[in-house]
Design a protein around this ligand. Structure first.
Ligand SMILES: [Zn+2]
Length: 397
């Protein structure tokens, strides 16, 4: 079908542009939207009226005037629908409910033993049911579900390989879509964390940001020029499986001496089990011991911090980012990790890329990935209702 000149298409595009501005700049007046988009005031007014009718916008009263009549301000109606996000961990499931602007409304967490695929799927479905039950009444209801997984997935939402869960070729999107009849987006949990930090966390102003999710393994989400970088087929960011010791320990990925074998929670616990002769030692216990002054526990964190720094230097040298955000469970140990990590970065990195670089621990903490997963569901809802905004240049108003 030839689309040029299709008035309906142009209108759809313009409507999605107005909606985008409304979502990003609320509260905003019709005149200001016209000014920012280059659309005529009449076009903006008519499109805004349609958005008000569909309950995605509402008027909130008069704003400041720059002379003359005070303009009526518009607000994006974030409570017109809700999104569900799932952060699937190796031993936990964190579910969240947000409104259409990504504001957290409710959350639900449970732990799992990863005993079988069926059990984990059932628990994911159970936590989604809890979130659905807790969602307020709204025009669009639940608009979609986003799931961040600790592994790689394809565009059809199949989890191809999640080594720390022991999953291969799990049709996760189908399994969840068939159960709830809602659109489902599957992505890597570190990608979700990167988007969470970029939209809601300390990464808001950074155009080049690398998010490290450090839990049982290491995942990396890369934002370049403000957008998630997925690589040619969606498998980017597997820096956790770059070797830092060429003949090191064998990894489940098939490589040797991978970074995550030295700098993850798993690595810390392995060393902790040996040091304290306790096969069940946890991160929380090691933190408690370090807090009570245990030199052995502190030394374990120092070693982990150094290994973190060594891998981060690879990231600095590859991407020259403005910001590296460290999230995942290991962020709980920030106070013990920061100094040895920074020392290693300073020692091994060229000084120039460090001048612009901020290495920080996540402020969203364990919520970065789940909020990012909600954001995937929201983006998918709005993109399914609109034509790509980039087409705008073909159809000047
Ligand atoms: Zn590996």
């Amino acid at each position: 079908m030839k689309q040029t000149g299709d008035l309906n298409l142009i209108k759809k595009i313009n409507k999605s542009i107005v909606l985008d501005y409304l979502r990003r700049h609320s509260p905003i007046s019709r005149a200001r939207i016209a000014e920012l988009t280059g659309l005529t005031k009449a076009t903006v007014s008519s499109l805004v009226n349609e958005l008000i009718t569909s309950n995605l916008a509402h008027e909130i009263g008069a704003g400041m005037s720059s002379g003359g009549r005070k303009p009526m301000m518009l607000h994006f109606h974030a409570a017109a629908g809700y999104a569900i996000g799932i952060d699937l961990g190796v031993n936990y499931i964190l579910a969240a409910l947000t409104d259409l602007s990504g504001t957290l409304i409710d959350e639900y967490k449970l732990e799992h033993q990863n005993s079988s695929l069926e059990q984990v799927i059932e628990l994911i479905q159970a936590s989604i049911r809890v979130m659905i039950a807790r969602a307020p009444q709204s025009t669009y209801g639940i608009v979609g579900i986003g799931i961040g997984v600790p592994g790689i997935s394809d565009e059809q939402g199949n989890v191809l390989f999640a080594p720390n869960l022991g999953w291969q070729h799990v049709p996760l999107r189908n399994l969840i879509e068939n159960e709830f009849n809602l659109p489902v987006v599957i992505d890597n949990e570190a990608n979700a964390g990167a988007v969470g930090e970029k939209q809601f966390g300390i990464g808001k102003s950074a155009a080049q940001l690398v998010y490290l999710s450090i839990g049982m393994g290491i995942g990396t989400g890369i934002i370049l020029k403000g957008e998630l970088f997925r690589g040619s087929s969606g498998f980017s960011g597997e820096v956790g499986h770059a070797s830092i010791q060429y003949d090191g320990k064998t990894c489940v990925c098939g490589n040797y001496g991978c970074w995550e074998l030295y700098a993850s929670e798993n690595a810390l616990l392995e060393a902790g089990r040996l040091e304290f002769s306790d096969p069940k030692i946890t991160l929380e216990q090691l933190l408690k011991l370090a807090g009570e002054g245990s030199l052995e526990a502190k030394a374990l964190f120092t070693q982990l911090g150094r290994f973190l720094g060594i891998g981060i230097v690879m990231i600095i040298n590859t991407y020259n980012p403005e910001m590296i955000v460290i999230g995942g469970r290991i962020a709980l140990a920030q106070q013990w990790l920061m100094t040895p990590m920074q020392a290693e970065i300073t020692k091994r990195s060229h000084p120039y890329p460090l001048q612009q670089l901020h290495v920080q621990f996540s402020e969203l903490g364990s919520k970065a990935a789940v909020l990012g997963a909600c954001s995937f569901a929201i983006s998918s809802f709005f993109s399914s209702n609109k034509v790509m905004v980039e087409l705008q240049s073909y159809f000047p108003d």
